[in-house]
Design a protein around this ligand. Structure first.
Ligand SMILES: NC(=O)c1ccc[n+]([C@@H]2O[C@H](COP(=O)([O-])OP(=O)(O)OC[C@H]3O[C@@H](n4cnc5c(N)ncnc54)[C@H](OP(=O)(O)O)[C@@H]3O)[C@@H](O)[C@H]2O)c1
Length: 258
């Protein structure tokens, strides 16, 4: 029997955003906070940015944001439980998890050691899995949802990023498996962004950027806001109540020539 979510209000719902202190995570936090969510901002190293964002948003709406520090690449099962418990305990509910935290850097096949493999898989795949597992009982209660962040380049790949693409393919595959497992109460979907901003590190030279963009139908880099619009759609059951186990490419049409 279908659930009637027509009366669901974003106001007061609780969202955990991993890697929420800056870049795309901070855009998700800021825009969704503006829609009425109470937000747990997870961060690892970006304490200053996380606290500044918390202060700014709590000034707009009192007691609406907390910050949670955790390194999601070690002692993962325990750390993920702790993070979820902190997010849940603050307001006694949890409605949405956005698995946004991720690492990205270049490694050739020769340089992909077991250590490099573990680093990518731990942060980009294992942590999202154990966060979801820890949150499942709370999300079931609220008929909540999980939004994973993958990468649309996974559908095609390019050299030099093996372990990264494998880890992102894992989170994308995991989305369907978890959607089956957590249905019918909890929806699990994935957004696969294309190039919505260049990485912070400087290893994309202008030539490579041009090559990447030559394969984008819309011919331009997207924006974090383009991705947040999809997060908003998927997080809100008023929009996406009958959507689960899906991967949504937000990539400007990444099917061109390169
Ligand atoms: N930017 C793009 O064009 C693009 C394209 C395709 C896919 N994506 C995906 O979209 C998401 C956001 O992209 P982005 O460029 O904003 O990401 P990002 O800046 O590379 O990373 C986001 C956050 O992940 C956190 N993080 C990294 N390692 C961690 C660890 N061991 N434990 C806990 N947190 C950790 C960091 O938090 P701290 O700073 O607090 O340490 C970082 O701020 C990612 O999943 C990315 O793969 C982005």
């Amino acid at each position: 029997m279908s659930q009637d979510f027509n009366s669901v209000q974003e106001e007061g719902r609780v969202m955990l955003v991993t890697g929420g202190a800056k870049r795309m995570g901070a855009s998700i936090v800021s825009i969704l906070h503006g829609k009425g969510y109470r937000i747990a901002i997870h961060y690892n190293k970006s304490k200053e940015e996380a606290l500044a964002l918390q202060t700014k948003l709590n000034t707009i709406r009192e007691d609406s944001v907390i910050v949670i520090q955790a390194n999601l690449s070690i002692d993962i099962e325990k750390v993920c439980k702790d993070v979820v418990m902190q997010a849940y305990s603050k307001w006694g509910r949890l409605d949405v998890i956005i698995n946004n935290a991720s690492i990205f850097f270049s490694k050739s096949l020769e340089d992909t050691t077991g250590e490099v493999w573990d680093e990518f898989m731990n942060t980009n795949a294992k942590a999202p899995f154990f966060l979801t597992k820890a949150a499942a009982p709370f999300l079931r209660k609220t008929h909540g949802c999980v939004v994973n962040i993958g990468d649309s380049m996974c559908h095609r790949s390019y050299p030099g990023h093996l372990a990264y693409f494998i880890s992102k393919a894992t989170i994308m595959g995991m989305t369907r498996a978890l959607a089956c497992e957590l249905a019918p109460e909890v929806r699990v979907n994935c957004i696969a962004p294309g190039s919505v901003s260049w990485p912070e590190s400087n290893f994309y030279d202008d030539e490579f950027k041009k090559t990447l963009l030559s394969g984008v139908a819309l011919g331009r880099v997207g924006s974090f806001e383009d991705v947040v619009a999809m997060v908003d759609f998927l997080a809100n059951p008023n929009n996406s109540n009958y959507v689960t186990g899906q991967i949504f490419n937000v990539d400007g049409g990444l099917f061109g020539q390169n």
